[in-house]
Design a protein around this ligand. Structure first.
Ligand code: IDP
Ligand code: MG
Length: 138
């Protein structure tokens, strides 16, 4: 069993497709073991995306991610990290395969509707960034 962090990003929450995205997660055999809505400050978004601090899109990304509330969730399952990344699709919706969430919902490479941890190392940074142990059910 593995755990991964999922975020439904501001563009998707704003357009009211949270329920549709959660249904796809549950329909793919991923179990939601923690979930909440929150509005990140600019500094909290910067801390979350620390690995991208030197990238040219960092300033715009962290302004976007702190612009409106998001849904953060912990997903659990066999190979949950890869399973969720596969369901999300490619970072740029232009490259995303049919049937993926980003193909269906993303607006552009930045406003791409969802986030998922990309490795066990990033999951172990990202999950406790938002959730304490007593908020995760199992
Ligand atoms: P990922 O979300 O598919 O793991 P990352 O490369 O980790 O993609 O980038 C983190 C986030 O930064 C992306 O999901 C997207 O919102 C934004 N982003 C990535 N590359 C670009 C870009 O070239 N321009 C604008 N935003 C970008
Ligand atoms: Mg990433």
């Amino acid at each position: 069993m593995e755990r991964t962090l999922a975020i439904i990003k501001p563009d998707a929450v704003e357009r009211g497709v949270t329920g549709k995205i959660l249904a796809k997660i549950e329909g793919d055999g991923l179990k939601i073991v923690a979930i909440k809505m929150l509005h990140m400050s600019k500094g909290e978004a910067e801390g979350f995306y620390m690995v991208h601090a030197k990238r040219p899109f960092f300033e715009s990304l962290t302004i976007y991610m702190s612009s409106l509330p998001v849904i953060v969730a912990v997903l659990e399952g066999e190979k949950a990290i890869k399973k969720w990344r596969d369901l999300m699709g490619a970072t740029n919706p232009k490259d995303a395969s049919a049937g993926t969430i980003r193909k269906e919902f993303a607006i552009d490479i930045e406003r791409n509707s969802v986030h998922g941890s990309d490795s066990p190392e990033s999951a172990s940074y990202e999950i406790p960034y938002f959730f304490s142990n007593i908020e995760i059910f199992f």
